[in-house]
Design a protein around this ligand. Structure first.
Ligand SMILES: C[S@@+](CC[C@H](N)C(=O)[O-])C[C@H]1O[C@@H](n2cnc3c(N)ncnc32)[C@H](O)[C@@H]1O
Length: 329
């Protein structure tokens, strides 16, 4: 299965040649329902991407105002084009979503009715070889979603201490062959380093013994995921924004987070878990030392919402998605 088919891109029909390809958003109906968009209000899509979820949120009620945030200028332009039918009912902001409080302050909005996070890169990023996310297409080792950031994958691969490289491949990629991969990268550094995605993918494939290749994924998948997480500081940004969202939501307002891999799932679960407790001291502590913390969120989804079989058939990328919802108390 090619990258595009695997990711579930909408295909062009013979009759709609002018239609652009768009990232196919996951669990749209569930998001609109859970965030209660039909009731109207102000919503923030913190990962607006190409505006797939955003357009459905705006469609839900003519009383919705949407603030769309993304740190990639190029993708925001696509969202702007797609959301044209809703002109006057949305604002788009280029920023890191961790800056949510100042984004709202600049727009003179005190609190909102709902916030959405749909994590990871967009198909728009993955499908462009020059962005360096895909090991199936030749491209530079870049992997930045926000191209104004300085750190690229090439810097991590070619200059970071090998122990640190091994740590991120093992920890972020859950890759048991991290030591061998880091060693192979170290050896290649002696011969001028690694320049391209395919170059790196091939080196990884050679470092892992063939009989231990994963069954359904390319042997480089986990290392590429680890590098992407490190380049974009994905887990740190996620934790920081989750801790800030409650203070931007009105009482009864909801947060929805769609996550795609185990480290994201765990981060969302842990942070929402902490925000929904009055006291976060370990149960064996004789007295509270966390400073009288008050619960700010109630987790609505005791188990995460997952896509229907039908959605997974239509969009295989949805397979690993989990939607967690929490409400401001
Ligand atoms: C999976 S895509 C979102 C797709 C979108 N829901 C749609 O329907 O088209 C995730 C988007 O989040 C953006 N993103 C990731 N981390 C970000 C951050 N820290 N700040 C702002 N945008 C971020 C990416 O650039 C990407 O466009």
């Amino acid at each position: 299965m090619g990258l595009v088919a695997f990711l579930g891109v909408e295909t062009k029909g013979a009759d709609d040649k002018e239609q652009p390809f768009y990232h196919q958003p996951v669990m749209v109906r569930e998001v609109v329902e859970q965030l209660r968009c039909k009731e109207g209000g102000a919503f923030v899509d913190l990962t607006v991407g190409e505006g797939g979820h955003a357009s459905k949120i705006l469609e839900a009620s003519s009383k919705v105002f949407l603030i769309g945030v993304d740190w990639d200028e190029e993708i925001l332009e696509r969202a702007r084009e797609r959301l044209k039918p809703f002109e006057g009912r949305f604002a788009l902001v280029r920023d890191n979503f961790v800056n949510l409080p100042t984004i709202l302050e600049d727009l003179e909005i005190r609190e909102v009715d709902g916030v959405l996070l749909d994590l990871g890169p967009s198909l728009f990023h993955l499908a462009q070889p020059q962005r360096g996310f895909s090991f199936q297409q030749e491209g530079p080792l870049d992997m930045r979603m926000d191209r104004s950031r300085r750190l690229k994958a090439s810097k991590i691969v070619n200059t970071w201490p090998l122990d640190e490289l091994k740590r991120i491949i093992r920890h972020y990629g859950d890759e048991r062959w991290a030591t061998k991969i880091a060693r192979a990268i170290g050896e290649r550094r002696q011969r001028g380093g690694i320049k391209t995605t395919k170059d790196l993918a091939q080196l990884i494939a050679e470092a892992i013994p063939k009989r231990y290749y994963p069954e359904r994924i390319h042997p480089a998948t986990k290392t590429f995921l680890a590098l992407r997480i490190a380049v974009n500081e994905e887990l740190k940004n996620l934790k920081d924004v989750l801790e800030r969202v409650p203070f931007c939501l009105r009482k009864g307002g909801r947060l929805g987070v769609i996550s795609f891999h185990s480290l994201e799932h765990r981060t969302v679960k842990d942070v929402l878990g902490k925000l929904s407790k009055d006291c976060i001291c370990p149960p064996w502590f004789p007295q509270c030392v966390c400073g009288g913390k008050r619960k700010v969120m109630e987790v609505i989804t005791k188990s995460p919402i997952v896509p229907t079989e039908e959605e997974i058939r239509a969009n295989p990328r949805a397979r690993s998605a989990q939607l967690r919802v929490a409400e401001r108390v």
